[in-house]
Design a protein around this ligand. Structure first.
Ligand code: GCV
Length: 664
């Protein structure tokens, strides 16, 4: 039956739609057969230029395209300008990679139904300029040497270490192409919880092979390193960053890497975090550690991305710790060090305020780390469009960035991301890394047009659905600023009651929700942990005052009474109940939306998404019942009588032990 559906051609609105598995991502161009457009370029034909020419020859339906390089346009960076008229299209960039990005822009415009002749009639030509806001747009893979992916929900790693360099999967090139098409220009291949083996000669040869495949797409390779590599694999007695032999070891290692990968990008480092080694093991600072590596990389223009994700169980409010640790080091890092900071102060929760390090570290470049893989947002089962969450961050942090990282959500699944709509998050990450001024609406529409259909009867309802999806998920998981209510051994389902004897307090939900008979939420005001003071004026005051604190962050900053009066006129307890219920209803509406557009998309992707939405709806009810029934044991108040009753029993839910394998 499945095969039959796969081969079936469905005719809808005069458009032929053939069934498919999602492997083509947003790159669903039809190949030119009868005619190949002329692509003129008088400069040197490098591999990147060849890629750009091939893409247009294969897929551009228009007339001649002329490539030009204008090195004088310094502030164009990797951007380009397109001048389109009825005779020919001129694509000008400052560098070869700009031409490749311009080629993908032409294909995107063509695929999304852009009317190139719109201005042409009036002014003789249409001019489009598109310039990135940020230089380094990097994916971080949390891929392990054994092929597993930490927090990966799309199957095993794409990288087949046992096969490389002899066997080269075609997916490596497809991966590079997909990234280049959305402006991503770097990839960290391995997990930040790094195995020292990755920088052994044996693995560097494999990595060099991937770098060769990615190069024609303008993608540089970076690696996560383990700070104690000199000791672990170099045979030295120490990894102390101030030790002369250790410093020399890193210099030699870097030299070896560049001899194999001349355009290697640099290192990503998780140090003194969650049990990993780091400079503090030797009484040194993060700056000492980062600068040692920076010194080794500098002659080759390599960089160090040093993560600020640090916290310990005995240092007070976890949300304050990265700031406390890194602020005193501001200005102490070498110039090729960038501090990589998660968007929020804790850990990729469904909603967090922005990390107060942004804007505060004035003398050190910072790069945000966003999480594309849905560790805390329903893995690859829930439809959640993350651009909405990231835009919240960009709007709040109000900083210009030279680099940005996203923790990848791709794996070896045929559809790359485990959920067809999770592809939208990979896409959105690339587009926002290029230009975070783009709106969610623009990105969603673009992606839907590229991936499914240009028919507005399809686009409008589906766009409305995906734009609402992040808020819906926050509603049924952790509304009003709640966070970290996840189960201990996976971050998928709810376990607000989780209490493992002897476990670190800051790894248990109770640390975050602080529910008691008076109320719920973490007091981070000046009468509590005073995390509010890490924010600049007037935000600090706004957050500190329960009357002005945005309600969507209320329980992040305040321990509010169950009877606290909300703007809706309800008391906090009732509002919480309404929010959870709203989330459930939103997801049920998503199911209806999807069913209504069934005829606009192929049967295979439709039924996959329909199936996932069923899981999401069941999970939303599970989240609602688990959280409300548990918090009700503190509030001692009824669930408002107008609302649906729970369908689960608290004691039964406490027994659920998920095997995450079933949720991949
Ligand atoms: C890669 C969280 C995740 C870990 C992750 C860590 C990090 O704690 O649960 O899987 O480790 O963040 O970002 O380093």
């Amino acid at each position: 039956m499945k095969q039959f559906i796969f081969l079936l051609f469905i005719f809808v609105s005069n458009v032929i739609i053939h069934a498919e598995d999602g492997s083509r991502l947003w790159l669903r161009y039809e190949k030119n057969t009868d005619f190949l457009p002329e692509i003129i370029f008088n400069g040197k034909h490098t591999p990147v230029i060849e890629t750009a020419i091939d893409e247009l020859k294969n897929y551009w339906n228009g007339k001649t395209v002329e490539f030009l390089i204008d090195k004088k346009q310094k502030n164009w960076k990797d951007g380009f300008e397109i001048i389109f008229n009825s005779e020919k299209t001129k694509l000008t960039a400052r560098s070869e990679i700009g031409l490749l990005y311009g080629a993908y822009e032409l294909l995107r415009l063509q695929k999304t139904g852009f009317d190139f002749m719109l201005d042409d009639k009036a002014a003789g030509s249409t001019i489009i300029g598109n310039f990135p806001k940020c230089d380094l747009r990097i994916l971080n893979h949390w891929d392990n040497i054994d092929g597993s992916v930490e927090r990966g929900y799309a199957g095993h790693s794409l990288w087949k270490w046992d096969e490389l360099p002899d066997i080269v999967s075609p997916r490596y090139q497809e991966y590079a192409r997909a990234n280049a098409s959305i402006g991503i220009n770097g990839t960290v291949l391995n997990n930040v919880n790094a195995n020292p083996k990755f920088i052994s000669r044996e693995y560097l040869v494999k990595i060099a092979c991937l770098a060769d495949i990615f190069r024609p797409y303008g993608i540089k390779v970076y690696l996560s390193i383990n700070f104690s590599s000199p000791k672990e694999s170099g045979g030295l007695p120490t990894s102390d960053p101030l030790n002369k032999d250790v410093r020399q070891w890193w210099k030699d290692k870097v030299k070896e890497i560049y001899s194999l990968i001349p355009d290697f990008g640099g290192f990503l480092v998780k140090a003194n975090s969650e049990g990993l080694p780091g400079p503090q093991d030797f009484g040194r600072t993060h700056a000492d550690g980062a600068n040692m590596l920076a010194e080794a990389l500098e002659p080759y223009n390599g960089i160090v991305m040093w993560r600020a994700f640090v916290y310990s169980p005995n240092s007070g409010d976890r949300a304050k710790q990265a700031y406390e640790e890194f602020m005193p080091l501001d200005g102490k890092f070498n110039k090729n060090v960038i501090i990589q900071v998660k968007n929020g102060p804790v850990d990729f929760q469904p909603r967090e305020p922005y990390s107060p390090l942004f804007g505060a570290m004035q003398k050190t470049p910072l790069m945000p780390e966003l999480q594309i893989t849905q560790e805390y947002l329903g893995a690859s089962n829930h439809l959640v469009f993350l651009a909405s969450m990231w835009k919240e961050f960009f709007d709040a942090a109000r900083q210009t960035f030279t680099a940005i990282a996203g923790v990848a959500n791709v794996g070896e699944n045929t559809n790359w991301c485990g959920h067809h709509f999770a592809q939208a998050n990979w896409y959105a990450f690339g587009r926002l890394a290029w230009n975070n001024q783009l709106t969610c609406n623009e990105i969603a529409e673009e992606w839907l047009r590229m991936t499914f259909s240009n028919d507005t009867a399809f686009i409008n309802p589906v766009k409305t659905m995906i734009l609402a999806s992040h808020e819906a998920t926050v509603n049924y998981m952790m509304p009003l600023g709640l966070n970290c209510l996840f189960a201990w051994d996976h971050h998928y389902g709810p376990e607000p009651w989780c209490n493992i004897p002897g476990a670190r307090a800051d790894w248990l939900p109770g640390y975050y929700h602080q529910a008691d008979s008076v109320g719920i939420g973490f007091n981070r005001t000046i009468s509590g942990s005073n995390a509010v003071s890490q924010y600049p004026y007037p935000l600090n005051e706004l957050f500190n005052n329960i009357k002005t604190c945005p309600e969507n962050l209320l329980l992040w900053f305040h321990h509010a009474s169950w009877n606290h009066q909300m703007k809706s006129g309800r008391i906090l307890w009732d509002e919480l109940c309404y929010k959870y219920q709203e989330g459930v209803e939103q997801v049920r509406d998503f199911q209806k939306t999807l069913d209504r557009i069934e005829n606009f998309i192929d049967a295979e992707r439709f039924s996959d998404v329909q199936y996932k939405l069923k899981i999401q709806t069941k999970d939303a009810v599970w989240w609602r019942d688990a959280c409300l029934l548990y918090f009700q044991t503190f509030s001692n108040k009824p669930i408002p009588y107008l609302l649906e009753r729970p369908v689960h029993d608290l004691e039964e839910m406490k027994k659920i032990k998920l095997n995450m394998k079933h949720h991949n």
